[in-house]
Write a protein that binds this ligand. Structure first.
Ligand SMILES: Cc1cc2nc3c(=O)[nH]c(=O)nc-3n(C[C@H](O)[C@H](O)[C@H](O)COP(=O)(O)OP(=O)(O)OC[C@H]3O[C@@H](n4cnc5c(N)ncnc54)[C@H](O)[C@@H]3O)c2cc1C
Length: 365
């Protein structure tokens, strides 16, 4: 029977970044298994690519800041094309002093990420489409930006053993430890299993005899406008808090989201034909000049959340050689480099660069 030190289930950002860092820490016998024909077929290949460092959870700010530093200066040869464009990010609040924006600024600054409240005029200078938008505060994050997500995922996967079209269907165990993963083509022995299966993580964890970590998948739509003559690729991403809606420059036009979050079962969620209407309705309130933006294409995918909103990274308390990397919510691309590094440190027993306790799966025991 085949044997690996580590088998990673899932070739999205969680699995790919963990594999990349494991190799950096000297673990070469790593196999990634991906049920789809291509890696990144779910959230990791269909997200908005915005690297956002000011988020409501302070721990995720630290992870985001560390990742963005990595994206700006990756190791030599990591990618062949530029990974990161420092367009900046602008958050718009409906009140002159919005406590949510204050909190985002506080968290970002504590993580060493410079942000400031800009004048209305400055926000409009950065994205002139905001001219008659009814916002009263603007938090500006100049070092945020846009990531080439396909290039990033490919870079994390380069050099790792990856098998696509292979679904893990079960596990073998002995004396409380997992000994192999089962696939349609047979079992693969391993010393350790990493569960980086996004929306499927909870059901796989249960199948492995681990903790049923409560990870809830929530659907989110993205809409591409197609090319628009007045679109400027240098604009920042713009995130309005009320009503919640965001947009960023993309492929000669814009990528936009109505920030929907309905709960769905693991899988490929259906794309609702009404999503462009939700978007138009939110834009008509938040950025009226954008409300009749054309729609070239829409899609949706699942973002996965734990009940407390923190990531789930660490060993399973019931199966010591089962390791979780999931529940990355809406920030799994931005934080991927740091998440993979932390996971690899914990797996190899190296000193972690931060206290992982708030993310431990055992908190759900
Ligand atoms: C619309 C949208 C916009 C987003 N925008 C942003 C953004 O701008 N910035 C940001 O930082 N984040 C964003 N995110 C969040 C980010 O995409 C996710 O946090 C991240 O991709 C999660 O990565 P993952 O590897 O955990 O999950 P996934 O990408 O879902 O990967 C899990 C993989 O596991 C595989 N798998 C599952 N079960 C099995 C099995 N039994 N056997 C083998 N393989 C299996 C799946 O096929 C899947 O490929 C967005 C997400 C969505 C949906």
């Amino acid at each position: 029977m085949e044997r690996y030190d580590v088998v990673i289930i899932g070739a999205g950002f969680a699995g790919a970044a963990t594999a990349w860092w494991l190799r950096r820490f000297g673990v070469d016998s790593v196999l990634l298994l991906e049920q789809e024909q291509v890696p990144g077929a779910h959230a990791s290949g269909k997200n908005a690519g915005m690297a956002r460092q000011a988020v409501p959870e302070p721990i995720q700010c630290l992870l985001a800041a560390r990742s963005v530093s990595f994206f700006k200066a990756p190791p030599d040869g990591f990618t062949e094309t530029p990974l990161f464009a420092e367009n900046g990010g602008v958050f718009l609040g409906p009140e002159p002093e919005d406590p949510r924006l204050e909190q985002l600024r506080h968290n970002a600054m504590a993580a060493g990420v410079f942000t400031y409240f800009g004048e209305r005029l400055e926000a409009i200078e950065r994205a002139p489409i905001l001219q008659d938008a009814p916002f009263h505060s603007a938090l500006i994050c100049p070092t945020d930006g846009l990531v080439d997500i396909h290039s990033l995922l490919s870079a994390f996967l380069r050099g790792s053993a990856l098998r696509t079209g292979v679904r893990v269907q079960g596990f073998e165990s002995s004396e409380g430890r997992l000994t192999a993963v089962k696939t349609r083509d047979g079992s693969i022995r391993c010393e350790r299993v990493v569960l980086a299966a996004g929306a499927w993580s909870r059901q796989l964890g249960t199948l492995a005899g681990g903790l049923p970590v409560p990870v809830t998948p929530r659907r989110r739509h993205l809409i591409h406008s197609g090319p628009i003559p007045w679109a400027d690729p240098l604009w920042p991403y713009v995130w309005c808090l009320n009503p919640e809606v965001y947009f960023r420059p993309e492929s000669g036009g814009f990528l936009l989201s109505p920030c929907d979050e309905a709960v769905f079962e693991p899988g490929s969620p259906p794309t609702d034909p009404e999503a462009p209407l939700w978007l138009a309705s939110r834009l008509s309130e938040a950025v009226p000049r954008m409300s009749s933006i054309p729609v070239a294409r829409s899609w949706s995918e699942l973002r996965c959340f734990t009940p407390d909103g923190e990531f789930c990274i660490g060993p399973d308390p019931m199966r010591p050689n089962l390791f979780w990397v999931c529940g990355l919510g809406g920030h799994g691309m931005t934080t991927s480099a740091a998440v993979g590094e932390l996971a690899a440190q914990l797996i190899t027993g190296a000193d972690p660069f931060m206290d992982p306790a708030p993310m431990a799966p055992g908190r759900f025991a």
